[in-house]
Design a protein around this ligand. Sequence first.
Ligand code: UDP
Length: 401
Amino acid sequence: MKKGGNAEQSILIVGCGISGATAARVLAEEGHRVTIIDQRTHIGGNCYDHWDENGICVHDYGTHIFHTDNRKVWDFISRFTKWYPFQHKVRGLIDGQLVPIPFNLNSIHQVFPAKLAQRLEDKLLEKFGYNIKVPILKLRETDDEDLRFLAEYIYKNIFSFYTQKQWDLNPEDLDPAVTGRVPVYISKDNRYFQNRYQGIPLSGYTAIFEKMLNHPNITVRLNTKYEDIRHMINTVENSQTTGKVGQMASDAITVDFILYSGSIDEYHAYVLGELPYRSESFDFITFGREYFQSEAVINYPNNYTFTRIVEYKHFLGTVSDKTVVSYEYPEPFVRGKNERYYPIVNDTNQLLYNQYKAKADTDRVNSKVPVYFFGRLGDYKYYDMDKAVERAMALVEEIAA
Ligand code: UDP
Protein backbone atom coordinates (compact mmCIF):
# COMPACT_ATOMS: atom_id res chain seq x y z
CA MET A 1 0.00 0.00 0.00
CA LYS A 2 1.03 3.55 -0.56
CA LYS A 3 1.50 4.41 3.08
CA GLY A 4 3.82 1.48 3.66
CA GLY A 5 5.48 2.15 0.35
CA ASN A 6 3.72 -0.79 -1.32
CA ALA A 7 2.42 -0.55 -4.84
CA GLU A 8 -1.22 -0.52 -5.84
CA GLN A 9 -2.97 -3.71 -4.73
CA SER A 10 -6.17 -5.55 -5.60
CA ILE A 11 -8.52 -6.18 -2.78
CA LEU A 12 -11.71 -8.19 -2.52
CA ILE A 13 -14.17 -6.96 0.08
CA VAL A 14 -17.01 -9.22 1.08
CA GLY A 15 -20.11 -7.37 2.26
CA CYS A 16 -21.46 -4.03 1.10
CA GLY A 17 -22.58 -2.82 4.52
CA ILE A 18 -21.12 0.11 6.39
CA SER A 19 -17.91 -1.77 7.28
CA GLY A 20 -17.22 -2.99 3.76
CA ALA A 21 -18.16 0.28 2.07
CA THR A 22 -15.96 2.32 4.40
CA ALA A 23 -12.96 0.06 3.80
CA ALA A 24 -13.62 0.12 0.04
CA ARG A 25 -13.69 3.90 -0.11
CA VAL A 26 -10.58 4.42 2.01
CA LEU A 27 -8.60 1.84 0.03
CA ALA A 28 -9.82 3.22 -3.31
CA GLU A 29 -8.72 6.71 -2.33
CA GLU A 30 -5.30 5.32 -1.44
CA GLY A 31 -5.01 4.15 -5.03
CA HIS A 32 -5.90 0.48 -4.65
CA ARG A 33 -8.35 -1.46 -6.81
CA VAL A 34 -11.33 -2.81 -4.92
CA THR A 35 -13.97 -5.33 -5.87
CA ILE A 36 -16.78 -5.36 -3.34
CA ILE A 37 -19.42 -8.07 -3.40
CA ASP A 38 -22.68 -8.68 -1.61
CA GLN A 39 -25.08 -11.59 -1.76
CA ARG A 40 -28.08 -9.28 -1.54
CA THR A 41 -29.65 -7.33 -4.39
CA HIS A 42 -28.76 -3.98 -2.85
CA ILE A 43 -25.89 -2.08 -1.28
CA GLY A 44 -25.90 -0.80 2.30
CA GLY A 45 -26.38 -4.03 4.26
CA ASN A 46 -28.78 -3.52 7.14
CA CYS A 47 -28.48 0.28 6.78
CA TYR A 48 -30.42 0.08 3.52
CA ASP A 49 -33.46 2.38 3.27
CA HIS A 50 -35.89 3.52 0.58
CA TRP A 51 -38.47 6.26 -0.02
CA ASP A 52 -42.07 5.10 0.00
CA GLU A 53 -44.96 6.44 -2.14
CA ASN A 54 -45.70 9.14 0.47
CA GLY A 55 -42.16 10.55 0.39
CA ILE A 56 -41.24 8.96 3.73
CA CYS A 57 -37.83 7.38 4.14
CA VAL A 58 -38.22 3.86 5.53
CA HIS A 59 -35.37 1.87 7.09
CA ASP A 60 -35.94 -1.63 5.75
CA TYR A 61 -33.87 -3.36 8.42
CA GLY A 62 -34.86 -1.35 11.47
CA THR A 63 -34.17 2.10 12.70
CA HIS A 64 -30.69 3.60 12.26
CA ILE A 65 -29.69 6.79 14.02
CA PHE A 66 -26.14 7.91 13.39
CA HIS A 67 -24.39 9.10 16.54
CA THR A 68 -20.74 9.43 17.45
CA ASP A 69 -18.18 11.33 19.46
CA ASN A 70 -15.54 10.59 16.88
CA ARG A 71 -14.95 13.68 14.74
CA LYS A 72 -12.96 11.72 12.17
CA VAL A 73 -15.84 9.29 11.64
CA TRP A 74 -18.41 12.09 11.51
CA ASP A 75 -16.34 14.06 8.99
CA PHE A 76 -15.85 10.98 6.85
CA ILE A 77 -19.57 10.13 6.62
CA SER A 78 -20.41 13.82 6.22
CA ARG A 79 -18.51 13.82 2.92
CA PHE A 80 -21.36 11.73 1.52
CA THR A 81 -24.40 13.36 3.08
CA LYS A 82 -25.94 16.39 4.66
CA TRP A 83 -27.64 15.80 7.99
CA TYR A 84 -31.02 16.39 9.56
CA PRO A 85 -30.10 17.36 13.14
CA PHE A 86 -32.23 14.69 14.78
CA GLN A 87 -31.84 14.13 18.53
CA HIS A 88 -33.24 10.70 19.33
CA LYS A 89 -35.71 10.40 22.21
CA VAL A 90 -37.42 7.16 23.13
CA ARG A 91 -40.42 6.63 25.35
CA GLY A 92 -41.59 3.35 26.80
CA LEU A 93 -45.05 2.32 27.87
CA ILE A 94 -44.67 1.78 31.61
CA ASP A 95 -47.58 1.57 34.03
CA GLY A 96 -49.80 3.03 31.31
CA GLN A 97 -47.62 6.09 30.73
CA LEU A 98 -45.11 7.02 28.05
CA VAL A 99 -41.95 7.42 30.08
CA PRO A 100 -38.48 8.59 28.93
CA ILE A 101 -36.03 5.75 28.23
CA PRO A 102 -33.24 5.51 29.34
CA PHE A 103 -34.96 5.73 32.68
CA ASN A 104 -33.87 9.06 34.19
CA LEU A 105 -34.88 11.58 36.87
CA ASN A 106 -37.83 12.73 34.74
CA SER A 107 -38.98 9.11 34.45
CA ILE A 108 -38.78 8.72 38.23
CA HIS A 109 -40.97 11.79 38.79
CA GLN A 110 -43.41 10.60 36.17
CA VAL A 111 -44.04 7.14 37.59
CA PHE A 112 -43.75 7.62 41.37
CA PRO A 113 -45.65 9.80 43.86
CA ALA A 114 -43.85 13.10 44.51
CA LYS A 115 -42.41 12.31 47.95
CA LEU A 116 -41.09 8.92 46.97
CA ALA A 117 -39.68 10.29 43.70
CA GLN A 118 -37.84 13.02 45.58
CA ARG A 119 -36.36 10.53 48.04
CA LEU A 120 -35.14 8.32 45.21
CA GLU A 121 -33.66 11.28 43.38
CA ASP A 122 -31.87 12.48 46.52
CA LYS A 123 -30.43 9.04 47.18
CA LEU A 124 -29.26 8.60 43.59
CA LEU A 125 -27.57 11.99 43.66
CA GLU A 126 -25.93 11.24 46.97
CA LYS A 127 -24.68 7.81 45.97
CA PHE A 128 -23.71 8.37 42.34
CA GLY A 129 -23.83 12.12 41.60
CA TYR A 130 -25.48 14.05 38.78
CA ASN A 131 -25.08 13.25 35.09
CA ILE A 132 -23.95 9.70 35.82
CA LYS A 133 -25.01 6.59 33.91
CA VAL A 134 -25.51 3.47 36.00
CA PRO A 135 -26.07 0.11 34.29
CA ILE A 136 -29.16 -1.61 35.66
CA LEU A 137 -27.19 -4.71 36.67
CA LYS A 138 -24.95 -2.47 38.78
CA LEU A 139 -27.85 -0.56 40.33
CA ARG A 140 -29.32 -3.89 41.42
CA GLU A 141 -26.22 -4.53 43.56
CA THR A 142 -26.85 -1.52 45.78
CA ASP A 143 -27.54 -2.22 49.48
CA ASP A 144 -29.77 0.82 50.09
CA GLU A 145 -33.35 -0.35 50.50
CA ASP A 146 -34.94 2.50 48.49
CA LEU A 147 -32.44 2.18 45.66
CA ARG A 148 -32.97 -1.58 45.59
CA PHE A 149 -36.69 -0.96 45.25
CA LEU A 150 -35.97 1.43 42.37
CA ALA A 151 -33.57 -1.02 40.73
CA GLU A 152 -36.10 -3.85 40.92
CA TYR A 153 -38.80 -1.58 39.50
CA ILE A 154 -36.62 -0.59 36.54
CA TYR A 155 -35.34 -4.12 36.03
CA LYS A 156 -38.87 -5.51 35.93
CA ASN A 157 -40.53 -2.72 33.96
CA ILE A 158 -37.83 -1.80 31.44
CA PHE A 159 -35.40 -4.68 31.02
CA SER A 160 -36.76 -8.05 31.97
CA PHE A 161 -39.49 -8.75 29.41
CA TYR A 162 -37.98 -6.57 26.67
CA THR A 163 -34.73 -8.51 26.92
CA GLN A 164 -36.64 -11.80 26.90
CA LYS A 165 -38.33 -10.71 23.68
CA GLN A 166 -35.17 -9.29 22.13
CA TRP A 167 -32.68 -12.01 23.02
CA ASP A 168 -34.72 -14.90 24.41
CA LEU A 169 -32.50 -14.52 27.49
CA ASN A 170 -32.53 -12.85 30.89
CA PRO A 171 -30.41 -9.68 31.16
CA GLU A 172 -27.87 -11.42 33.41
CA ASP A 173 -27.25 -14.10 30.77
CA LEU A 174 -25.90 -11.53 28.32
CA ASP A 175 -22.70 -9.54 28.36
CA PRO A 176 -23.51 -6.68 30.82
CA ALA A 177 -22.50 -4.24 28.07
CA VAL A 178 -25.73 -5.11 26.21
CA THR A 179 -28.17 -3.74 28.80
CA GLY A 180 -25.44 -1.25 29.73
CA ARG A 181 -26.17 0.42 26.37
CA VAL A 182 -29.33 1.79 27.99
CA PRO A 183 -28.20 2.68 31.52
CA VAL A 184 -30.23 4.39 34.22
CA TYR A 185 -29.31 8.02 33.67
CA ILE A 186 -29.12 10.35 36.66
CA SER A 187 -30.01 13.37 34.62
CA LYS A 188 -32.93 15.31 33.19
CA ASP A 189 -31.70 14.76 29.66
CA ASN A 190 -34.38 12.74 27.84
CA ARG A 191 -32.23 11.93 24.82
CA TYR A 192 -31.26 8.33 24.01
CA PHE A 193 -27.71 9.35 23.04
CA GLN A 194 -25.55 12.14 24.39
CA ASN A 195 -22.94 12.01 21.63
CA ARG A 196 -21.57 15.23 20.25
CA TYR A 197 -22.57 14.38 16.67
CA GLN A 198 -25.96 12.91 15.89
CA GLY A 199 -28.30 12.95 12.91
CA ILE A 200 -30.19 11.28 10.10
CA PRO A 201 -28.82 11.56 6.55
CA LEU A 202 -31.02 14.02 4.66
CA SER A 203 -31.19 11.85 1.53
CA GLY A 204 -31.25 8.54 3.40
CA TYR A 205 -28.59 5.92 4.08
CA THR A 206 -28.69 4.21 0.69
CA ALA A 207 -27.63 7.49 -0.93
CA ILE A 208 -24.56 7.56 1.32
CA PHE A 209 -23.55 4.13 0.08
CA GLU A 210 -24.13 5.09 -3.55
CA LYS A 211 -21.77 8.03 -3.12
CA MET A 212 -19.20 6.11 -1.11
CA LEU A 213 -18.98 3.35 -3.67
CA ASN A 214 -19.00 5.68 -6.64
CA HIS A 215 -15.26 5.74 -7.27
CA PRO A 216 -13.29 4.70 -10.35
CA ASN A 217 -11.26 2.20 -8.29
CA ILE A 218 -14.35 0.42 -6.92
CA THR A 219 -16.31 -2.33 -8.69
CA VAL A 220 -19.54 -3.43 -7.03
CA ARG A 221 -21.00 -6.87 -7.65
CA LEU A 222 -24.38 -7.58 -6.11
CA ASN A 223 -26.20 -10.95 -6.06
CA THR A 224 -22.79 -12.48 -5.50
CA LYS A 225 -22.01 -14.91 -2.70
CA TYR A 226 -18.42 -15.32 -1.66
CA GLU A 227 -18.89 -19.09 -1.86
CA ASP A 228 -19.90 -18.77 -5.52
CA ILE A 229 -16.79 -16.86 -6.56
CA ARG A 230 -14.25 -18.40 -4.20
CA HIS A 231 -12.92 -20.65 -6.95
CA MET A 232 -12.65 -17.71 -9.38
CA ILE A 233 -10.35 -15.73 -7.19
CA ASN A 234 -7.19 -15.61 -9.20
CA THR A 235 -4.76 -16.16 -6.40
CA VAL A 236 -1.44 -17.91 -6.65
CA GLU A 237 -2.95 -20.68 -4.52
CA ASN A 238 -5.89 -21.27 -6.82
CA SER A 239 -3.66 -21.23 -9.84
CA GLN A 240 -1.48 -23.90 -8.27
CA THR A 241 -4.36 -26.18 -7.35
CA THR A 242 -6.13 -25.82 -10.69
CA GLY A 243 -2.94 -25.66 -12.73
CA LYS A 244 -4.65 -23.06 -14.86
CA VAL A 245 -2.45 -20.04 -14.50
CA GLY A 246 -3.80 -17.35 -16.77
CA GLN A 247 -6.65 -19.58 -17.93
CA MET A 248 -9.30 -18.55 -15.49
CA ALA A 249 -12.63 -17.16 -16.60
CA SER A 250 -12.49 -13.70 -18.10
CA ASP A 251 -14.25 -12.31 -15.04
CA ALA A 252 -11.71 -13.87 -12.66
CA ILE A 253 -10.83 -11.67 -9.73
CA THR A 254 -7.19 -11.13 -8.93
CA VAL A 255 -6.63 -10.25 -5.30
CA ASP A 256 -3.76 -9.51 -2.98
CA PHE A 257 -5.90 -9.82 0.12
CA ILE A 258 -9.48 -10.17 1.26
CA LEU A 259 -11.49 -8.15 3.77
CA TYR A 260 -14.42 -10.24 4.92
CA SER A 261 -17.35 -8.62 6.75
CA GLY A 262 -19.60 -11.66 6.59
CA SER A 263 -19.96 -14.02 9.51
CA ILE A 264 -16.67 -15.61 10.50
CA ASP A 265 -18.28 -19.03 11.11
CA GLU A 266 -19.86 -19.08 7.66
CA TYR A 267 -16.50 -18.34 6.02
CA HIS A 268 -15.10 -21.41 7.79
CA ALA A 269 -18.04 -23.63 6.77
CA TYR A 270 -19.10 -23.84 10.45
CA VAL A 271 -16.32 -26.34 11.20
CA LEU A 272 -16.26 -25.34 14.88
CA GLY A 273 -20.00 -24.87 15.23
CA GLU A 274 -22.45 -22.09 14.48
CA LEU A 275 -22.32 -18.65 16.08
CA PRO A 276 -25.84 -17.68 17.14
CA TYR A 277 -27.46 -14.41 16.11
CA ARG A 278 -30.78 -12.69 16.61
CA SER A 279 -32.79 -11.52 13.67
CA GLU A 280 -35.85 -9.30 13.31
CA SER A 281 -38.99 -9.19 11.30
CA PHE A 282 -41.00 -6.04 10.69
CA ASP A 283 -44.66 -5.43 10.09
CA PHE A 284 -44.89 -2.23 8.07
CA ILE A 285 -48.27 -0.50 8.24
CA THR A 286 -49.31 2.75 6.54
CA PHE A 287 -52.02 4.77 8.28
CA GLY A 288 -54.15 7.41 6.58
CA ARG A 289 -53.53 10.00 9.23
CA GLU A 290 -50.80 12.51 9.93
CA TYR A 291 -49.18 10.94 13.00
CA PHE A 292 -49.37 7.59 14.77
CA GLN A 293 -47.33 8.35 17.89
CA SER A 294 -45.51 11.22 19.63
CA GLU A 295 -41.93 10.03 19.04
CA ALA A 296 -40.02 8.16 16.36
CA VAL A 297 -39.65 5.18 18.68
CA ILE A 298 -41.94 3.87 21.41
CA ASN A 299 -40.74 0.82 23.33
CA TYR A 300 -43.09 -1.78 24.78
CA PRO A 301 -41.09 -3.37 27.58
CA ASN A 302 -44.14 -4.92 29.26
CA ASN A 303 -46.65 -5.66 26.54
CA TYR A 304 -47.06 -7.42 23.22
CA THR A 305 -44.63 -9.66 21.38
CA PHE A 306 -43.03 -6.82 19.44
CA THR A 307 -40.36 -4.74 21.20
CA ARG A 308 -41.01 -1.32 19.67
CA ILE A 309 -42.96 0.67 17.13
CA VAL A 310 -41.05 3.03 14.86
CA GLU A 311 -42.74 5.90 13.03
CA TYR A 312 -40.41 6.90 10.21
CA LYS A 313 -41.56 10.41 9.31
CA HIS A 314 -40.22 11.76 12.62
CA PHE A 315 -36.62 11.06 11.59
CA LEU A 316 -36.54 13.68 8.84
CA GLY A 317 -39.52 15.79 9.89
CA THR A 318 -41.34 14.69 6.74
CA VAL A 319 -44.70 16.34 6.09
CA SER A 320 -47.41 14.02 4.76
CA ASP A 321 -51.06 13.28 5.55
CA LYS A 322 -50.08 9.58 5.70
CA THR A 323 -47.66 7.86 8.02
CA VAL A 324 -45.80 4.55 8.03
CA VAL A 325 -44.81 2.60 11.12
CA SER A 326 -43.11 -0.73 11.76
CA TYR A 327 -43.74 -3.20 14.56
CA GLU A 328 -40.47 -4.91 15.38
CA TYR A 329 -40.48 -8.64 16.20
CA PRO A 330 -37.19 -10.22 17.28
CA GLU A 331 -36.63 -13.81 16.21
CA PRO A 332 -33.78 -16.32 16.05
CA PHE A 333 -31.49 -16.12 13.05
CA VAL A 334 -31.98 -19.15 10.84
CA ARG A 335 -29.72 -19.69 7.83
CA GLY A 336 -31.51 -19.25 4.54
CA LYS A 337 -34.60 -17.82 6.23
CA ASN A 338 -33.65 -14.36 7.52
CA GLU A 339 -30.68 -12.04 8.04
CA ARG A 340 -28.21 -11.73 10.89
CA TYR A 341 -28.83 -8.59 12.95
CA TYR A 342 -27.29 -8.98 16.38
CA PRO A 343 -24.49 -11.22 17.67
CA ILE A 344 -25.65 -12.72 20.98
CA VAL A 345 -22.73 -11.68 23.11
CA ASN A 346 -22.15 -13.82 26.21
CA ASP A 347 -19.31 -15.97 27.53
CA THR A 348 -20.25 -19.15 25.67
CA ASN A 349 -20.56 -17.47 22.29
CA GLN A 350 -17.47 -15.34 22.85
CA LEU A 351 -15.49 -18.52 23.44
CA LEU A 352 -16.61 -19.99 20.13
CA TYR A 353 -15.86 -16.73 18.34
CA ASN A 354 -12.38 -16.69 19.92
CA GLN A 355 -11.74 -20.15 18.45
CA TYR A 356 -12.73 -18.96 14.98
CA LYS A 357 -10.56 -15.89 15.41
CA ALA A 358 -7.56 -18.00 16.46
CA LYS A 359 -8.09 -20.18 13.40
CA ALA A 360 -8.37 -17.14 11.14
CA ASP A 361 -5.18 -15.66 12.60
CA THR A 362 -3.24 -18.90 12.05
CA ASP A 363 -4.60 -19.37 8.54
CA ARG A 364 -3.67 -15.80 7.65
CA VAL A 365 -0.01 -16.37 8.55
CA ASN A 366 0.07 -19.49 6.37
CA SER A 367 -1.85 -18.07 3.45
CA LYS A 368 -0.61 -16.25 0.36
CA VAL A 369 -3.85 -14.32 0.25
CA PRO A 370 -4.54 -13.06 3.75
CA VAL A 371 -8.14 -12.83 4.86
CA TYR A 372 -9.04 -10.20 7.46
CA PHE A 373 -12.36 -10.27 9.31
CA PHE A 374 -14.19 -7.16 10.47
CA GLY A 375 -17.64 -5.67 11.03
CA ARG A 376 -20.49 -6.85 13.26
CA LEU A 377 -20.41 -10.34 11.76
CA GLY A 378 -16.69 -10.70 11.10
CA ASP A 379 -15.76 -9.57 14.63
CA TYR A 380 -18.96 -10.92 16.27
CA LYS A 381 -19.34 -7.57 18.03
CA TYR A 382 -22.40 -5.42 18.67
CA TYR A 383 -20.98 -2.40 16.81
CA ASP A 384 -22.98 0.77 16.30
CA MET A 385 -22.53 2.34 12.89
CA ASP A 386 -19.81 4.72 14.03
CA LYS A 387 -17.86 1.89 15.65
CA ALA A 388 -18.11 -0.14 12.46
CA VAL A 389 -16.66 2.81 10.51
CA GLU A 390 -13.95 3.27 13.12
CA ARG A 391 -13.04 -0.42 13.00
CA ALA A 392 -12.94 -0.50 9.19
CA MET A 393 -10.69 2.56 9.12
CA ALA A 394 -8.40 1.10 11.79
CA LEU A 395 -8.15 -2.23 9.96
CA VAL A 396 -7.20 -0.58 6.68
CA GLU A 397 -4.70 1.53 8.58
CA GLU A 398 -3.29 -1.56 10.35
CA ILE A 399 -2.83 -3.50 7.14
CA ALA A 400 -1.24 -0.46 5.55
CA ALA A 401 1.24 0.09 8.38
N1 UDP B 1 -33.34 -2.75 26.62
C1 UDP B 1 -34.43 -3.08 27.37
N2 UDP B 1 -35.53 -2.27 27.38
C2 UDP B 1 -35.59 -1.14 26.65
C3 UDP B 1 -34.48 -0.78 25.85
C4 UDP B 1 -33.37 -1.63 25.86
O1 UDP B 1 -34.43 -4.12 28.04
O2 UDP B 1 -36.61 -0.45 26.69
C5 UDP B 1 -32.18 -3.66 26.62
C6 UDP B 1 -32.40 -4.83 25.67
O3 UDP B 1 -31.73 -5.96 26.17
C7 UDP B 1 -31.75 -4.31 24.41
C8 UDP B 1 -30.52 -3.61 24.98
O4 UDP B 1 -31.01 -2.99 26.17
O5 UDP B 1 -31.44 -5.32 23.50
C9 UDP B 1 -29.89 -2.59 24.07
O6 UDP B 1 -30.86 -1.68 23.62
P1 UDP B 1 -30.64 -0.75 22.34
O7 UDP B 1 -31.77 0.20 22.27
O8 UDP B 1 -29.27 -0.22 22.37
O9 UDP B 1 -30.77 -1.84 21.18
P2 UDP B 1 -30.80 -1.63 19.57
O10 UDP B 1 -31.39 -0.30 19.28
O11 UDP B 1 -29.38 -1.81 19.12
O12 UDP B 1 -31.69 -2.77 19.14
